[in-house]
Design a binder for this molecule. Structure first.
Ligand code: DX5
Ligand code: ZN
Length: 225
């Protein structure tokens, strides 16, 4: 099995030191950098916008994995593309024209992702599978880091893996991912894991070895799968 990608969510980083935090998690061995964008409307929290994504871009050497939890989303997709996102993921629940939004992301030369909340059925993916590069399954209700993993999402991962067949689509799981919950995700078909608190816990950008240990703990938990 190909090695699972680890995408630390900078939601759990020190927001006053974001550039240093990104450099530290990359030094610690992450594969992608997960950026959680929240608008206080689609989700009950507000985080960052395209200006911060743009400011972070020169610090990110890997992949900028941008998760938009905003509605409406279409008017802002171009701004996040221009800011330097590599993957732009939108929520299926956030707008009436998912197919159009995904086409827009790809037309801007970016990888297109679609995210589903825990209560959303995978059925909404059925007719857009040829327009997506990544499916982001929320294993918590979006809005905050540090919540507990919702176990019912494991079956959803397996069903989506079956749906995508041999298409080249990443299955990323986001929320409550730890060395305890990661194995079930990967066994069910996850190819990428977002982890916020489980990566940043106990560390600061002054010493990337703590982050490296946390990333290694997640990788080790799934190494035998
Ligand atoms: C939640 C965000 C997640 C979150 C993950 O709305 O999309 O990326 O920050 O944080 P943890 O890993 O702490 O659950
Ligand atoms: Zn996220």
């Amino acid at each position: 099995m190909a090695e699972v990608k680890i995408s630390p969510s900078i939601l759990s980083a020190d927001f006053a030191r974001l550039g240093e935090e990104v450099r530290a998690i990359e030094e610690a061995g992450c594969d992608w950098v997960h950026v959680d964008v929240m608008d206080g409307h689609y989700v009950p929290n507000i985080t960052i916008g395209p200006a911060v994504v743009k400011a972070l871009r020169p610090h990110v050497k890997t992949v900028m994995d941008v998760h938009l939890m905003i509605a409406p989303v279409d008017p802002y997709i171009e701004a996040f593309a221009d800011a330097g996102s590599d993957i732009i993921t939108i929520h299926a629940e956030a707008g009436p024209h998912l197919d159009r939004s995904l086409q827009l992301i790809r037309s801007l030369g970016k990888k297109a992702g679609v995210s589903l909340n825990p209560s959303t059925s995978e059925d909404v993916l059925k007719y857009v599978l040829d327009r997506v590069d990544l499916i982001l399954l929320m294993s918590v209700n979006p809005g905050f880091g540090g919540q507990s993993f919702i176990p019912s999402q494991i079956n959803k991962i397996a069903r989506i893996k079956e749906m995508i067949g041999d298409r080249d689509i990443e299955i990323e799981v986001d929320g409550g991912v730890t060395p305890e919950t990661a194995p079930a995700c990967v066994a069910a078909g996850a190819t990428a894991l977002v982890a916020g608190s489980a990566v940043f816990r106990g560390g600061t950008p002054d010493d990337p070895s703590i982050y490296a240990g946390n990333i290694k703990a997640i990788r080790s938990s799934v190494a035998s799968l």
